[in-house]
Design a protein around this ligand. Structure first.
Ligand code: AMP
Ligand code: GLY
Length: 428
């Protein structure tokens, strides 16, 4: 492949994360054609939406052949955990995303904890139990201090983590989980020591050959309401960089967590080409891993991608081909990026779909990433999910970026629209 060759890309997924990936890929001078499957009401601005699900392996293989795709970029974790990489092996296409073996870092919390133990990666102390040794779990819980953290081993749609305030409720929760509360996902339960500190997310692009690039760090706002009140959500806003993730903290993340993670994967024969999402707790300046994900975060991607100055397609292709060693270093913009997520009324509980979104034209000072949206036959944009839009702005300070996003949001409306009004206000 010569440096002048244009690359055709198939991006899988449909959220705000995929909108931000699509915009970044579309900005590359190396891009031939970009396809997004299934995409949303906004991704058509960056490429061509294809009408099949991100885990429809036979449709994906067909689209790769029909459109001479050079690179498949995988947004969500599902297709990876289900073995998309193996399913596409025969096509010879480059894939940004690990095989099922690497995806177990997200697909099995027990695997992730054991991996961290094997490689000396700092994380909370834990014990994994199943129905046959529940008693050992009760004893382990009794040896810990409140609060108590219980995690379903498998994927549970983001709901599989329970934090219990006293020992009795923790023991009861353990029994309920092992009894099938999250189906097969909680047949094994990881019991963990509670970590206190500030959370942040760090994203790594790696190539299966022991090379990596660290992408800008971000802080996610998970709770539904201002002041971190209310239920957990997929994420109501994000800021990059969070000021507490300073150079000394990030140096520790790289030497104590990223290097042993990438080298550990290599040593275990896991050919991991894709993103590693480190969910971290900053415990008084010391980074600890809360969890790994095998994809980018949402809405973190909506602040991480706009801060990258480098040609992301060149980096993605290099990672997928095992050639990051030859790729340039990552260049970023120094401005802060901040995103505010506008959600449908009722989210994260039940919510309505199909409301018309007004005011999307010409958002002067922000990037409006579509998430849960779709276009109808006349081109109107309708709500189509809980998290509807992510409005990102860049500015020299957090306060200035926030002001721009909130100003843009004043012009946008749909029935039941709601957003947090305090994104970034806790950070200085
Ligand atoms: P997860 O669904 O794995 O993202 O976990 C949900 C949330 O639970 C995390 O974002 C943390 O806020 C919290 N959490 C998970 N593990 C721990 C832990 N060991 N100590 C404190 N909080 C935790
Ligand atoms: N925003 C957190 C996640 O993507 O899991």
């Amino acid at each position: 492949m010569s440096a002048n060759t244009h690359l055709n890309v198939l991006l899988l997924g449909s959220g705000g994360r995929e909108s931000a990936l699509a915009r970044a890929i579309a900005g590359s001078p190396r891009l031939g054609k970009l396809f997004i499957a299934p995409g949303n009401g906004g991704t058509g601005a960056y490429g061509t939406n294809l009408p099949f699900a991100a885990d429809d392996f036979s449709a994906i293989a067909g689209a790769v052949a029909d459109n001479a795709i050079d690179l498949v970029v995988v947004g969500p974790e599902d297709p990876l955990v289900k073995g998309l990489r193996q399913a596409l092996e025969g096509t010879g296409v480059a894939i940004l995303g690990p095989g099922a073996d690497g995806a177990a870092l997200e697909g099995s919390k027990d695997f992730a904890k054991e991996f961290m133990s094997r490689h000396g990666i700092p994380t909370a102390r834990h014990l994994t139990v199943d129905a046959d040794n529940a008693q050992a779990g009760i004893e382990f819980l009794a040896s810990l201090k409140a609060p108590y953290v219980l995690k379903a081993d498998g994927l549970a749609a983001g709901k599989g983590v329970l934090i219990e305030q006293d020992l009795d409720s923790a023991c009861a929760a353990l029994r309920t989980m092992l009894g099938g509360q999250f189906g097969k996902a909680s047949a094994k339960v990881v019991i963990e020591e509670f970590l206190s500190g500030i959370e942040c997310s760090v994203f790594v692009l790696t190539d299966g050959m022991g090379n990596w690039r660290v992408l800008p760090p971000a802080k996610d706002y998970k709770r539904a309401f201002d002041g971190d009140e209310g239920l957990n959500t997929g994420g109501m806003g994000a800021v990059s960089p969070p000021p507490f993730a300073d150079a000394s903290f990030l140096e520790k993340v790289e030497s104590r967590i990223i290097a042993p993670t990438v080298r550990g994967l290599l040593a275990e024969g896991i050919d991991y080409r894709g993103f590693i999402f480190l969910g971290l707790m900053n415990c008084g300046g010391e980074p600890m891993v809360i969890e790994y994900n095998v994809r980018m975060g949402d809405p973190e991607t909506e602040v991480v991608m706009p801060r990258i100055k480098s040609d992301v397609l060149e980096l993605f292709m290099a990672a997928a081909n095992g050639r990051l060693a030859d790729a340039p270093e990552l260049e970023t913009y120094s401005d802060t990026a901040l995103t505010v997520v506008a959600v449908a009324g009722g989210y994260p509980g039940s919510y309505r779909k199909g409301d018309t979104i007004g005011g999307l034209a010409n958002p002067a000072d922000s990037i409006v990433f579509h998430a849960g949206t779709r276009a109808d036959e006349s081109g109107n944009i309708l709500t189509n999910g809980g998290r509807v839009l992510a409005v990102t702005s860049l500015a020299p300070t957090i306060a200035q970026a926030a002001e721009k996003s909130y100003q843009t949001l004043e012009n946008i409306s749909f029935d039941g629209m709601r957003y947090r009004s305090d994104i970034g206000s806790d950070l200085k």
